[in-house]
Structure formats: C-alpha cells, structure tokens
Design a protein around this ligand. Structure first.
Ligand SMILES: [Fe+2]
Ligand SMILES: [Fe+2]
Length: 210
C-alpha cells in the first residue's frame, strides 16, 4: 500500500524542516513523513485533518500542518525565552525542531479514513482505534532510523506519555502541544463540542468579539 510521496511537498508543508542544523536529522524527518504518508491514504501533510484526537479539539479552519508548525515554533519560543535570561540552561534545538515536526506523525494512521472505516465496522476485531498516533509515531521513527529521542517525543507528548518519564525536549514539546490546543479552543478556533479536554474554567471568545 506504499505510494509515491513528494519529498518537496513535505518540506513545503513543514518549512521549519530547513531550520534543522543536522543534515542527517533533516533527511530523516523527511524520510519519516515519506514513510508515514506512503503507508496511509493521505498524500501530503496538509491532507491530515486539524484535530487533536478523533472528536477532540477539531479546528474550524486549517489542517494538521498548522498544529505541527505551531507547536514547533511555540516550543522553540519557550526555549529561546529561557535562554535569553538563563544562557546556562541547555536544550537541543535540533531535537525540539525534529520532535515538534514529528510529534503527531502517527495521525497518518489514527486519522486515516480507510482505517477509521475498518475500526468502525469491526471494533471487536481491530479495536477502535487499534492504537493511537503516539504508538504509531514510535513505529515510524524507529523504522526510518530517527533517533530514540524523537520516538520518545512521539510517545511522551501524548496521553500515554503520562506513564513514562520525559526528556527535557519532550517535556517542552508536551507543554507547547497542550498550550496550543487549549489556546486554540479559548480563541474560538475549535468546534465547541470538541473542547471539553480544556477543562471547566474555559470561556470561549467567539470569533470577531473582543
Ligand atoms: Fe498528539
Ligand atoms: Fe500535537
């Protein structure tokens, strides 16, 4: 079920890839997306719905690239903010970049329309879903030879990640990921019936109001 995927389109959809300093890591991030899209019904990153999980934080506008890029830039911003005041605090910028751009790569599995159909029809056989994007993301990363640190971020950013200790870079991306969805919900950018994860204190500002 693998198909031809444009490596150029992957970089067009996730231009922060070019900001990764290590040429090897840069290539492997593209390899990972080529592998993940190639084993899915999607052709490019911008085809993947903008959603946290199925039915959770569904964006009213924009696709998964908006989230991946937003989380990556937000995580970098957190690092740069601390570095400005505390230069002695060290973070691996390449791991933040690659980890941010790959953290939800497993949504190529979890959101695949063909798989969703199969899980809905026979959940007693396959589960519903069989497993989430965090687990599939680990599979993708290890299959293409991405470092363990990136696979760890695929697992550690998610709900399943509550059961493991987090690396520094994973911890920052997890904070950025949760902040991104919660703020998107607060700004009225998610479907109202998909935001209960943001908690009972949230009062959504409707689009256009101040
Ligand atoms: Fe996720
Ligand atoms: Fe995410």
């Amino acid at each position: 079920m693998t198909k031809l995927i444009s490596r150029e389109q992957i970089v067009q959809d996730l231009p922060e890839i070019d900001d990764i300093e290590s040429a090897e890591l840069r290539q492997k991030v593209v390899d990972a997306w080529e592998f993940a899209l190639g084993h899915s019904s999607f052709s490019r990153v911008t085809d993947i719905p903008g959603e946290g999980s199925k039915g959770v934080f569904l964006l009213t506008r924009g696709t998964q690239d908006a989230h991946l890029r937003g989380v990556t830039r937000l995580a970098l911003g957190i690092y740069e903010e601390f570095r400005a005041t505390y230069p002695e605090a060290k973070v691996d910028r390449d791991i933040i970049l690659a980890g941010g751009l790959c953290h939800d790569i497993g949504k190529t599995w979890e959101f695949d329309p063909e798989r969703l159909k199969q899980w809905k029809a026979r959940p007693h056989r396959f589960g519903e879903p069989s497993f989430r994007h965090s687990a599939y993301g680990v599979h993708v990363c290890l299959s293409v030879g991405l470092p363990e640190e990136i696979a760890h971020i695929c697992m550690g950013h998610s709900l399943e990640g509550a059961h493991i200790g987090h690396s520094t870079e994973c911890f920052i991306i997890r904070q950025a990921d949760h902040a991104w969805w919660h703020v998107a919900a607060a700004l009225g950018l998610c479907e109202p019936d998909t935001i209960s994860f943001a908690g009972p204190t949230l009062r959504v500002r409707p689009i256009g109001e101040s």
